[in-house]
Design a protein around this ligand. Structure first.
Ligand SMILES: *[C@@H]1O[C@H](CO)[C@@H](O)[C@H](O)[C@H]1NC(C)=O
Ligand SMILES: *[C@@H]1O[C@H](CO)[C@@H](O)[C@H](O)[C@H]1NC(C)=O
Ligand SMILES: *[C@@H]1O[C@H](CO)[C@@H](O)[C@H](O)[C@H]1NC(C)=O
Ligand SMILES: *[C@@H]1O[C@H](CO)[C@@H](O)[C@H](O)[C@H]1NC(C)=O
Ligand SMILES: *[C@@H]1O[C@H](CO)[C@@H](O)[C@H](O)[C@H]1NC(C)=O
Ligand SMILES: *[C@@H]1O[C@H](CO)[C@@H](O)[C@H](O)[C@H]1NC(C)=O
Ligand SMILES: *[C@@H]1O[C@H](CO)[C@@H](O)[C@H](O)[C@H]1NC(C)=O
Ligand SMILES: *[C@@H]1O[C@H](CO)[C@@H](O)[C@H](O)[C@H]1NC(C)=O
Ligand SMILES: *[C@@H]1O[C@H](CO)[C@@H](O)[C@H](O)[C@H]1NC(C)=O
Ligand SMILES: [Ca+2]
Length: 357
């Protein structure tokens, strides 16, 4: 069954960029994820792989910021599922045997080990993965000047360690210098805007959150995707099980959502998927998907501040700082149309080379 397309979203045919796209020749990105405790990271990595395959992204690597041994093999499995075995995955140390258990509301299920064991990827054991600092430094060292987007959809521990890293065999630059040379934007799912408390910032490592936000080179723009944005948009409300092949039992993303959400549902907030969409497309390049721009900046100026003891954040209105923003839906875009776009990726057959189903 084909889904009905909200036509108001779509650009007239001829404005859509010519399909001269080449796999992996899009925006270079590294994703830093806490894949393990929430399934929207699977949606986010799905979008990254689909956009890599249709030529809008160049997924250079993935760094895991949660210690469970299941995170890194699961991330590798997602890349392999989409034909991207080559994408390197790094694992934070020490590695533990923690497995997810929902003692908050006793509904959510563990998915990372199931993904890793049912769709094995090229990395089968987290202890064989490089550390995040090693992987970042080698990718950054070989990247073009001012070219990479780093997309953070979990805790900030790895990025704090990278900022503190010293020169090594990979590069004579220290971490801060290396970031300043190679990264053109940091995109962060975390915080609430203009102020509040959110889990990625305050849940496990508020010190690292404070360190990153305070020490990030001020020449590199930062864009925040706040808890308040993704929490109003629920993906998975389309009948995903009735869509294009593969059937849902064979689909890695749909299975992961079913395992996690519970009771056969795949409906989930979209904090991380929205963040990765912006991290690849920016505000303007939604048109390359054939849809109108769907996100906008909510502020013109100012900067974010963090309370180190609990990770709370608050925006400071400073008209002299112009390279930090937080995101909102563009005027006229509803949560339903954004959810439609994200669902398009969740049902995307792994071998299809176009961006949208
Ligand atoms: C997990 O690690 C702990 C401590 O290292 C150990 O006691 C336990 O047996 C391990 N559990 C599994 C399932 O491997
Ligand atoms: C992963 O590799 C480590 C180190 O070689 C080994 O001790 C561990 O048993 C392996 N884990 C699994 C799940 O195979
Ligand atoms: C990158 O920047 C460095 C430092 O400014 C400069 O030496 C180098 O030539 C640049 N590389 C390219 C390819 O432009
Ligand atoms: C990195 O190098 C810069 C000088 O370019 C220096 O100011 C900074 O303190 C160094 N950072 C670390 C963590 O060593
Ligand atoms: C966080 O940083 C503060 C000082 O900046 C320090 O006192 C505290 O021990 C740190 N907490 C952790 C968990 O590292
Ligand atoms: C849109 O938001 C409304 C509440 O404001 C909610 O009831 C509805 O489920 C949301 N729809 C989607 C697709 O996220
Ligand atoms: C949009 O795509 C163009 C051309 O590929 C690129 O130069 C530009 O940097 C992209 N914009 C963003 C915000 O990523
Ligand atoms: C975080 O700490 C600050 C400063 O101590 C306090 O004002 C704020 O209420 C705290 N926020 C939360 C959610 O505990
Ligand atoms: C910052 O500016 C916005 C918009 O003008 C305003 O609503 C908000 O209260 C201001 N925040 C502070 C901390 O002054
Ligand atoms: Ca996440």
């Amino acid at each position: 069954m084909r889904v009905s397309i909200p036509t108001a979203l779509l650009l007239p045919c001829c404005l859509v960029a010519a399909s001269s796209a080449v796999k992996g020749h899009g925006q270079p990105i590294i994703i830093d994820t806490d894949l393990f405790g929430d399934v929207d990271d699977v949606g986010a990595l799905t979008i990254a792989n689909v956009l890599h395959n249709c030529g809008l992204a160049d997924l250079r690597g993935i760094a895991i910021n949660t210690p469970s041994q299941y995170g890194a093999p699961a991330a590798s499995a997602i890349c392999s599922y989409f034909g991207n075995d080559h994408v390197p995955v790094a694992a934070i140390r020490p590695i533990t045997n923690a497995s997810f258990f929902d003692d908050w509301d006793y509904v959510r299920g563990e998915y990372a080990s199931k993904v890793a064991y049912n769709w094995p990827g090229s990395l089968t054991n987290a202890s064989l993965a490089p550390t995040p600092v090693e992987l970042y430094r080698s990718i950054l060292a070989s990247a073009g000047n001012n070219s990479l987007h780093i997309i953070s959809i979990g805790f900030l521990t790895n990025l704090a360690n990278l900022l503190r890293s010293e020169a090594d065999d990979a590069s004579p630059l220290n971490g801060t210098e290396l970031l300043a040379a190679k990264v053109s934007e940091l995109i962060v799912m975390g915080g609430r805007y203009p102020s509040g408390w959110e889990y990625n910032f305050g849940g496990t490592d508020p010190n690292s959150t404070a360190y990153v936000i305070e020490h990030w080179p001020n020449t590199i723009p930062i864009t925040f995707s706040g808890g308040e944005l993704g929490s109003t948009i629920f993906s998975g409300q389309r009948p995903l099980t009735e869509q294009v092949p593969p059937p849902s039992s064979e689909s890695l993303p749909v299975s992961a959502y079913q395992w996690y959400v519970g009771r056969g549902s795949v409906e989930r907030e979209t904090w991380d998927p929205i963040t990765v969409l912006y991290g690849i497309l920016g505000l303007e390049n939604f048109t390359k998907l054939g849809v109108w721009p769907m996100l906008a900046y909510a502020n013109e100026y100012g900067y974010n501040t963090i309370t180190a003891n609990n990770g709370s954040n608050a925006w400071v209105n400073d008209t002299t700082v112009r390279n930090q923003h937080w995101l909102k839906l563009a005027d006229g875009v509803t949560n339903t149309s954004m959810a439609w776009l994200i669902d398009n990726f969740l049902i995307h057959p792994p071998g299809l080379s176009r961006c949208l189903v």
